[in-house]
Design a protein around this ligand. Structure first.
Ligand code: UDP
Ligand code: MG
Length: 169
């Protein structure tokens, strides 16, 4: 048995369709633990870093996938979650379903709620899930700061920041 962490994103179509509760309920069937959660307005830099692999593998859909995750087709919000537990990646990928919602098993999240947008051709499949331990680590470090996660997943270091930060007035 291996404990793994996995990044889940409820994408902007999942949010406009009000599917947050349904998706989290479905994921709770895995009995994995949520160890981080927040709502993010995705900037271009984060979108590009997140989908860096796609740029090389599927360049024809890269730009529209960036627009999709940044919310240009729906709402500029994504819910980011970190799940942790035994075989988290395989359990979550199974429940999420295949990338193409038309190929996804109808009882999976993508099979139930996803669609192919006939205008853009984008697979609007409601969720992202990390596909390997290596990608999970890379993605979690992109989306979360160490103090936003309630487990010590990866080594940390202390560094002094001098730039201004926004605080409550
Ligand atoms: N995508 C798409 N068309 C494709 C391949 C991918 O619209 O032919 C989008 C889809 O939203 C997918 C995301 O790009 O979830 C990332 O693609 P990837 O191959 O990493 O699939 P995933 O890991 O999300 O199943
Ligand atoms: Mg992927």
């Amino acid at each position: 048995m291996t404990n793994q962490s996995c990044l889940i994103l409820i994408k902007p179509d999942g949010l406009v369709k009000s599917l947050t509760g349904n998706i989290i309920s479905t994921l709770s069937e895995t009995k994995l633990k949520i160890i981080g959660a927040k709502v993010v307005s995705v900037k271009k830099e984060l979108a590009e870093q997140h989908y860096a692999e796609l740029k090389a593998k599927k360049p024809h859909i890269f730009e529209s996938t960036l627009k999709y995750i940044m919310g240009e087709f729906h709402t500029p919000r994504v819910m980011a979650l970190v799940y942790y537990g035994e075989d988290a990646i395989q359990k979550i990928r199974e429940i999420a379903g295949k990338t193409n919602p038309e190929d996804a098993d109808p009882i999976t999240i993508r099979g139930k709620y996803g669609r192919i947008n006939s205008k853009t051709g984008v697979f609007e499949n409601c969720v992202h899930a990390s596909d390997s331990e290596e990608n999970a680590e890379r993605e979690i470090k992109l989306w979360f700061k160490p103090e936003e996660i309630v487990e010590n997943l990866y080594p940390t270091k202390k560094s002094k920041k001098t730039e201004e930060v926004l605080d409550w007035a």
